[in-house]
Every structure is written in C-alpha cells, then in structure tokens.
Design a protein around this ligand. Structure first.
Ligand code: ZN
Length: 345
C-alpha cells in the first residue's frame, strides 16, 4: 500500500464469463437465485485479488454485483416503473428506452450495503464504492411525476445520502459519485447540479469523490468525442464550482484525451484522481506512457494530492487487457514515486 500516489480504478472491471457475457455492457446474468448471489461474491473476490496482485492501492468492487452503474441502483427504489418505458436522449448523445418515474421515489432498504460489507471483509486496504450522481440518475429516466429535473435530482440526492451514510458505516473509505452528465448539462451543473451532489455527500466522514468523464469506450461515446474539436474544455465549467464545493476528490479523464492539462489548476487544493489509463483503446499503455501523463499533471496538482487512476470503467475489455492496464498503472506510478523520492533533499 503506497501512501504517495495511491492508485485506484474508476469503477468497473470485466466480469468472468461464467457470471455474465464478457466484453458487453449491461450484460444479463448467466446465473439465477442463490447461484447468482454466490457467483457475484466469487467474482468480487477475484476482482479484489486481481487489483491487489497488480498493485492497486485503493480497492473497488469492480462493479461485479451490478449490471449497470445507474440502473442497478434505480431498480431498488420505489416510484420507478421499469415496465413503462419511454425513449429519451441520454446525455444529449444517444436514444435509449428508459423506465418511468410514476410516483414519489424512495429507498425502502439499502441497495449496496451488504456487498460493501463483503468487500470490506476481503481486504485491509482502503476501499472505494461508486454510486451514480443525482444528475446522471435523472438523465436515464422519463419523469412523469415530478416534472422537474431539479426536483427529481434533489430527491435522488437525499436517497443517495442515506445509502452513502450506510456504506460509510459498513467501512467504505471513499464514496464516489459518478457524474458524467456534468460534462454535458453545464447550465444545470451551475444552477443545481453541484448543490445536489453536495446534498448527496452531506455529513459524511468518509472521503467523497466525483467522477466526471467522457464515457466508456463504446461507439456512441467515441463518435461523440470525435465531434468535440481539438480541445475538450468541458471541465472548465464544473471545476471552479467543484473547487468551492465540499467534495474532496475530483476524478477526471485525461490520458489520450484532448483535455488541456492546465484545467486541473481550476481544482487546486482538491485531491485529483487522474485518468492515466485509456478505456477507449485495448492497447495496453507502457509504464512510461502512464508516467508521462502523471508527470505533466504534477505541474498543476501537488504530489500528495495526486491519485493515479483510469479514465473510466474497464467493463467492456477482456480480462487480460484489464489486468495489463492495472499493471501499467502501478508501474507508471512507481516511476513517478521514485522520481519524487529522489528529488527530495
Ligand atoms: Zn466514467
């Protein structure tokens, strides 16, 4: 476990082929009933083992117990009807058939808390748990009840806060909210997005993180990225607001992206979970590739606030590619740790 430049993955890892169809997002489970419960736990054990084996410092569940990072959480809430579906545009990018909010939303019982307790039993290293952010949640639903994105986001923030407090009690060290929608709806981020995020994180002793990215390496996202021009300045809108917020860590996509590195300056003082692994390409980075990205970032973030990570989740990869990328992340961070240690008087 490194205290300098502790590494982590953003979220998902590929699932074993006996649990779900490999290299597929939203892949249906191959097991049922008790066998599925056991299978998810076995997959989680493997995910922990592989992270530790490849030198990852902050351990995640690899999202082995969930089908999708947003939908699985919403499935456990009341007020949402999964039978009534409407087609909506997700993050202004692609159409999807989504469930409908038909009444007041609420969380009758914990969603991921038992899984988090199980993860806690597997390792003494710090653990991180990801939840969807309020704005990203409302963007994957059709709302017939509140008829206001802000109101629905606020309700979800309250629910997320309940879940986050119980995850913290289960021993989770870092609670991460995934908000890719922050890179799309800039006016809403300013009007109520960051406030809703802070509401979700309110009163937590655990460290809190927000992950904002340009999405998984799927076609709808890579096509969208191709239209974004030579410089991706989207973080310029959210970072100054996050710098002033109560959130401790900002997770961003960086490696092989067109995000200008100096935008990190806008979150000066916050911890930066820096994407130094590309999730849109199966090519495994060399340790020097990773080190190069980290070195450039260190112009804008203090060494004790830099957390090397991946750009986003790795679910769509083969397991070999994911393993190779974790190894590269560790080896790249090692290079920079040595440089930083050697530079000390
Ligand atoms: Zn992401």
């Amino acid at each position: 476990m490194h205290t300098l430049l502790p590494t982590s993955i953003v979220g998902s890892l590929p699932k074993p082929s006996w649990l779900a169809e490999p290299e597929t997002l939203w892949s249906p489970w191959k097991l049922q009933g008790d066998a599925l419960v056991q299978g998810k736990h076995d997959a989680l054990r493997i995910a922990v083992h592989e992270q530790r084996q490849h030198g990852i410092d902050i351990i995640s569940d690899g999202e082995q117990t969930r089908q999708h990072f947003v939908t699985t959480f919403i499935e456990h809430l009341t007020g949402v009807d999964f039978e009534q579906r409407e087609t909506v545009r997700i993050r202004d990018r692609y159409d999807a058939s989504v469930p409908t909010v038909v009444g007041a939303v609420s969380r009758e019982k914990p969603v991921f808390v038992e899984d988090a307790k199980f993860l806690r039993q597997q390792t003494d290293q710090p653990i991180k748990w990801a939840l969807p952010g309020p704005m990203t949640m409302i963007d994957t639903l059709y709302d017939r009840h509140y008829k206001s994105r802000e109101k629905l986001a606020w309700e979800f923030a309250t629910i997320l806060n309940q879940e986050a407090r119980e995850l913290q009690a289960a021993g989770v060290d870092i609670i991460q909210f995934d908000e890719p929608a922050f890179n799309v709806f800039h006016d809403e981020v300013q009007d109520w997005g960051v406030a809703a995020l802070e509401r979700a994180a309110e009163g937590l002793r655990a460290e809190t993180a927000v992950h904002i990215c340009y999405g998984y390496g799927i076609k709808a996202n890579t096509d969208w990225k191709a239209t974004l021009g030579p410089e991706w300045r989207h973080y310029e809108k959210s970072f100054p607001l996050l710098q002033q917020s109560t959130i401790d860590i900002v997770s961003l996509e960086c490696h092989h992206s067109r995000v200008p590195m100096d935008l990190i300056e806008l979150i000066r003082g916050k911890k930066v979970m820096l994407g130094a692994i590309d999730v849109a390409s199966e090519t495994i980075e060399t340790p020097e590739d990773v080190a190069d990205t980290l070195r450039k970032a260190l112009k804008f973030v203090a060494p004790d606030k830099l957390l090397p990570s991946s750009n986003c989740g790795m679910a769509p990869f083969s397991r070999n590619v994911a393993r190779g990328k974790m190894k590269a992340l560790t080896a790249g961070a090692d290079i920079i740790r040595e440089e930083l240690t050697a530079a000390r008087p």
